[in-house]
Design a protein around this ligand. Structure first.
Ligand code: UDP
Length: 238
């Protein structure tokens, strides 16, 4: 039987690190192909997919700053890193025959289009994956904030944050075996318990606009599809 999607439009956030696979740096094309397969499954059941990709596999402004670089310059480099990841993701998606549009918050004429919300909405309705690059376009923000911002702007039903673990835990499950996974959390619980799922800017934006966030494990094959058809995966913050 065909699964009937619960969500019509989602904003998926992939961290840059997710693209590294087992590597220490950069992009693993095998990982991209697997992501393309997972995303293609959503398109296949008629779900509209907006994508925000991080840049942490290449550069992070805060890390460059800690090593002595000017923070704003570092953040600019971080945003350019998200652009490279976006191009790589588009390549993988298009090789899987999924029409993909890349839009950047920072104009980069000749390579990608400048972000245009109405254009993005038209493309999403046409069944194209739309990748939003360069974060918010501003230093001192993160791509988590960009994901929440774009998710709200395109009126997504949910922001899906892909991670390496199965959801939000009371402690780091890799280091602490007694850590328990939360099925649901409120935005205020995330803030009060200092759960560090996303930065405060991102969580507060979602809280203020009532945008639900689901944190899930993208390494689990089929998890993304299970979520959009309404199965419990990961942790829901709302
Ligand atoms: N960044 C920025 N403004 C934004 C989004 C990102 O300056 O709106 C920069 C920032 O330096 C950040 C880097 O881009 O460290 C990469 O993004 P992020 O750390 O969010 O990537 P992820 O952790 O998801 O891989």
């Amino acid at each position: 039987s065909q699964s009937q999607p619960k969500y019509k439009r989602v904003l998926l956030k992939l961290s840059g690190e997710a693209l590294m696979g087992e590597q220490e740096f950069g992009i693993d094309p095998k990982v991209l192909d697997r992501m393309a397969l997972e995303i293609g499954a959503l398109i296949g059941i008629g779900v509209q997919v907006g994508l925000v990709i991080g840049g942490g596999n290449l550069f992070r402004g805060a890390a460059l700053n800690a090593a002595g670089m000017d923070r704003v310059t570092g953040d600019h480099m971080g945003m350019l890193a998200t652009m490279m990841n976006g191009l790589a993701m588009r390549d993988a998606l298009e090789r899987s025959n999924i029409r993909t549009r890349v839009m950047s918050a920072i104009p980069m004429s000749g390579i990608v289009e400048h972000y245009d919300r109405r254009r993005a909405l038209r493309d999403l309705k046409d069944g194209d994956v739309v990748i939003f690059c360069a974060g918010t376009g501003n230093p001192f923000f993160t791509t988590d904030s960009a994901a929440c911002l774009r998710g709200i702007e395109i009126d997504a039903d949910v922001v899906l944050k892909a991670t390496k673990v199965d959801g939000v835990y009371s402690a780091d499950p890799v280091k602490d075996p007694s850590a328990v996974k939360y099925e649901t959390l409120t935005y205020d619980e995330v803030l009060d318990k200092k759960l560090g799922v996303m930065d405060l800017t991102a969580i507060c934006l979602c809280r203020d606009q009532g945008m639900p966030v689901r944190v899930f494990n993208m390494n689990k094959s089929g998890a993304l599809t299970r979520i959009v058809v309404g199965e419990a995966e990961g942790t829901l913050i709302e």
